[in-house]
Every structure is written in structure tokens, then in C-alpha cells.
Design a protein around this ligand. Structure first.
Ligand code: UDX
Length: 437
């Protein structure tokens, strides 16, 4: 099937290449010339394990192309909308500017029988609005909502091997179900669960899932606050409650909390939309989820001040990690960079390192100093902070690493280091929600 994908960021580029892998002929369209140029040359415009290989193999089939010209999408039967929906500046609500622009450009190329499929995370009601617009302007076209649950760092796997498919369709949308089943034939054949529902439910599935995940993280981080007050150990607490199948251990890793381009802005947009719909009370708990999350960053800075004998002024602090999570170069709402900037504001001499996100960080946070390796960051440091749990940091040898620093003080912002090994090597180990090591 010939398919177009509008928007070639994380979601769109991975989706386009995956659709080729699933047997289709795909054109990816984006207004960003730099991005399209890189993709055409088989260069991934962002760091994502496995995506470079998938892109190269998909381009090699001759069934994948990229363009900045929407005209290239003409002739496709299905058009996926994969543009970003960032948080509006100074507001909680989602900015739908890119969705609107993508829809308007698609109006120039769609024909009767075509299906426009939204994948972006949008406020409830967006799909219905777009459906009215498309069917009025180009009769015979239809709109479906098919949310995507990919995680950065696992984007290729999550796209090719999703754990469920969700189709939001209009009434009498059976034809659309058939078309989407054809798009995902190889995935459907594996017998994975499929939920066929209305637009509003499909739109909500994504924000509800992300809200649940954010709540789970903030729950354990609230328990970490209590552990700090009581002398308990949040890691053991998470293990013990996680053995209960109904709770499960996943997403109970206490630490600096969530960041990135999805969870923070999705819970805020969800609250904003609930308010517009007169149902704000249903989601007031998400405000607390957000508050708990932001408090962890402040606590991390306090902890750094505590271990540095009560003052950060002039102290040399190494920050390991800048990306919002490992295996990503994404620094959107990165807890690590937020903490690094706060430390600097309090007078610390901060050196930040990250295996993939230094270039992006330098662009967005030019006031911070960046170095290439953990050893350089830690040279003569008064304290080392692990803020993004990349494997190379988790596997640091505390004995050898101890030779580099001025003071063996480590703050484990992700509860990812082996406390016993670090304390045995003479380090003062501190972590959020855990006893002093
Ligand atoms: C998330 C959702 O998982 C995904 O389904 C959705 O499509 C997009 O949003 P992503 O933002 O890529 O994906 O990352 P995720 O792995 O969910 O982590 C989000 C944040 O939570 C990271 O900052 C991570 O460090 C943090 N986190 C995660 C914790 O603090 N503790 C945990 O136990 C798990």
C-alpha cells in the first residue's frame, strides 16, 4: 500500500521506516529541510538505537522516500499525521499548531477514499474536529485516530512489536478498520490485542496511559520523600510492593523523576483539556503528580549542598548525564539539566557529560560546561552526581574512578549504582529515598 507520513521527528521517521519493513511504499514529509536531507542520506537526525539500521535497510528497498513537498503525499491511500504537540508557551494546554498545519497541507492532496490517521498525542475532541473539516472539504475522505506508545530508546521495537493496537474510528467506520488492518497486517497476524473504539476513547488512551505511568513514578517518589523522613529504603520498598502482580515493579524506580517530551506535557495538557470540558476535578491529582516530580529536582540540589558541607559556592560538581533518560539524546524537560543549572546558580562549578546529548545540551543550555567523559567531568570534583543512568555510568569502577576526584562523594539520582561497591571503595554514597551509605 502507498502511505504518507506527515512529520518526520521521532514518531514519524520511525513510523515511516517501520511501515516499509511491514511491506509498504512510504513517503515521509516534513517542513524541516535539514531533517529531510539527513533522512534522504540515510542519516538519523536523532539518537535512537536501531533506527539507523532500519532507515538504511528501508531506503535500500527503494520503497521509502522523503520530501519537504506535500505534493509527494498525493496518491497515497493512508496519510499518517505524526507531528509534535508541544506544551504551549506559558500554558498547560497542548499547542496544536503543527497538527493544524499538517491537516491543512493534506487537504491539498487527499482524494475521496483516503484515510487520514492521527498518531500525535492530542487533546480529546481534535479527531472529531479534523473529521468534520476533511469530510466537508473533500467528501469521501475519513479520519481515524491510532495512538502510538513508543518509548524513546525502544522506538523501533515498540513500533514493530507494539503490545496493542488502538483504532479510533467514526460511526460506520468498518471500512477504516479494514484499511488499518491491511496497514498493520503483519502485526495483526501475531494476534496482539486490538481495541476498536470511538475517537474520544482513542485520544484518551494515550494521555490516560501516560498519566498512569507518571502517577506511578510520582507515587514511588512520594514514598521516597517518606523514606527520607523515616530512614526507610525506597528501593527495597519498591521491590517488596512490586512483587504484588497487581502493582508490578515496572515504573517504580524512585529518583529524579520523569522528564522528556511526553509525560510532563501530556499530564499538563490532559489537565488543561479536562478544565475546558468542565471536568477539572477528575484530574486535580495530576497537579500533585507534577509537584512531587518537580520537588525531586529541588531535593537533589539540597542533597548536593548537604554533602558539600552546606555550601555549593566554588565547589566542583560533576554531572553524569544530560539526556532525560538513557539511550536518548533528547533533553526536553531533562531533570538532569535542570539540576545542573540549579547547582550552577548556587555557585557550583559544574561540568556535565553525556554519551549522546552534549550537542543538544550545548545548544539549549549554553551556560553550562560540557566535557566528553565521566573522568573529565569528575576531575578534582568535590561531588559526583549521577543524574541519567547510562550503562557506562552504572558500570563505572568506583575504585579507579575514586582516583580522579578530590572528594569521594557520590549522589545517585537514579538509584542505579551498587551502593555496597561504592561505599566499599571509600565513597560517601547518598541517594534519594535511601539511607546514607
Ligand atoms: C513515554 C511512555 O513510556 C510512552 O509509552 C509514550 O509513548 C511516550 O512517553 P518516554 O518519554 O520515551 O515514553 O520514556 P519513559 O521510558 O516512559 O520514561 C519517562 C521518564 O520517566 C524518564 O525521564 C525516566 O527517567 C522516568 N522514569 C521512568 C522514572 O523516573 N522512573 C521509572 O521507574 C521509569
Amino acid at each position: 500500500m502507498r502511505i504518507s507520513v506527515i512529520g518526520c521527528g521521532y514518531l514519524g521517521a520511525v513510523h515511516a521506516a517501520s511501515l516499509v519493513e511491514l511491506g509498504h511504499e512510504v513517503v515521509g514529509v516534513d517542513v524541516d529541510e535539514r531533517k529531510i536531507h539527513a533522512l534522504c542520506q540515510a542519516r538519523a537526525p536523532f539518537y535512537e538505537p536501531g533506527f539507523g539500521d532500519l532507515l538504511r535497510s528501508s531506503l535500500a528497498t527503494g520503497r521509502l522516500s522523503f520530501s519537504t513537498d506535500i505534493a509527494a503525499a498525493a496518491g497515497a491511500r493512508v496519510h499518517f499525521v505524526c507531528v509534535g504537540t508541544p506544551q504551549k508557551h506559558g500554558e498547560y494546554a497542548a499547542d496544536l499548531r503543527f497538527v493544524q498545519a499538517a491537516a491543512e497541507s493534506l487537504l491539498l492532496v487527499v482524494e475521496a477514499g483516503d484515510v487520514v490517521v492521527g498518531k500525535s498525542t492530542v487533546p480529546v475532541g481534535t479527531a472529531a474536529g479534523l473529521a468534520t473539516m476533511f469530510t466537508e472539504k473533500v467528501p469521501g475522505t475519513s479520519v481515524a485516530w491510532n495512538p502510538e506508545f513508543l518509548r524513546e530508546g525502544f522506538a523501533v521495537r515498540d513500533t514493530l512489536y507494539p503490545d496493542r493496537l488502538v483504532y479510533g474510528i467514526p460511526e460506520d467506520g468498518e471500512r477504516i478498520v479494514g484499511i488499518l488492518d491491511e496497514v498493520y497486517a503483519r502485526i495483526v497476524a501475531r494476534g496482539i490485542p486490538k481495541v476498536v473504539t470511538d475517537y474520544a476513547t482513542a485520544e484518551m488512551v494515550k494521555t490516560a496511559a501516560n498519566s498512569f505511568l507518571a502517577t506511578k513514578i510520582s507515587f514511588i517518589n512520594a514514598m521516597a520523600e517518606l523514606c527520607e523522613a523515616t530512614g526507610g529504603d525506597v528501593k527495597q520498598l519498591a521491590d517488596a510492593i512490586g512483587y504484588d502482580d497487581r502493582i508490578g515493579r515496572k515504573f517504580l524506580n524512585a529518583g529524579l523523576g520523569f522528564g522528556g517530551g511526553c509525560l510532563p506535557k501530556d499530564i499538563r495538557a490532559f489537565m488543561a483539556r479536562a478544565g475546558e470540558l468542565g471536568a477539572d476535578q477528575a484530574l486535580t491529582f495530576l497537579r500533585e503528580v507534577d509537584n512531587i516530580n518537580m520537588r525531586r529536582r529541588i531535593r537533589m540540589v539540597e542533597l548536593a549542598r548537604e554533602v558539600c558541607d552546606g555550601s555549593l559556592l566554588g565547589k566542583r560538581v560533576a554531572v553524569l548525564g544530560a539526556a532525560f533518560k538513557p539511550d536518548s539524546d533528547d533533553i526536553r524537560d531533562s531533570p538532569a539539566l535542570n539540576v545542573a543549572a540549579q547547582l550552577q546558580l548556587q555557585g557550583a562549578v559544574v561540568r556535565v557529560t553525556d554519551p549522546a546529548a552534549v550537542d543538544n545540551s550545548r545548544r539549549e543550555w549554553p551556560q553550562l560546561d560540557y566535557v566528553a567523559t565521566a573522568e573529565e567531568a569528575a576531575e578534582r570534583a568535590d561531588a559526583v552526581l549521577l543524574l541519567t543512568e547510562w550503562r557506562e555510568y552504572r558500570e563505572l569502577d568506583p575504585v579507579a574512578f575514586g582516583e580522579v576526584v578530590a572528594q569521594r562523594r557520590v549522589l545517585d539520582g537514579r538509584n542505579a549504582l551498587d551502593r555496597d561497591a561504592w561505599t566499599a571503595a571509600g565513597w560517601t554514597y547518598r541517594a534519594l529515598g535511601r539511607r546514607v551509605g
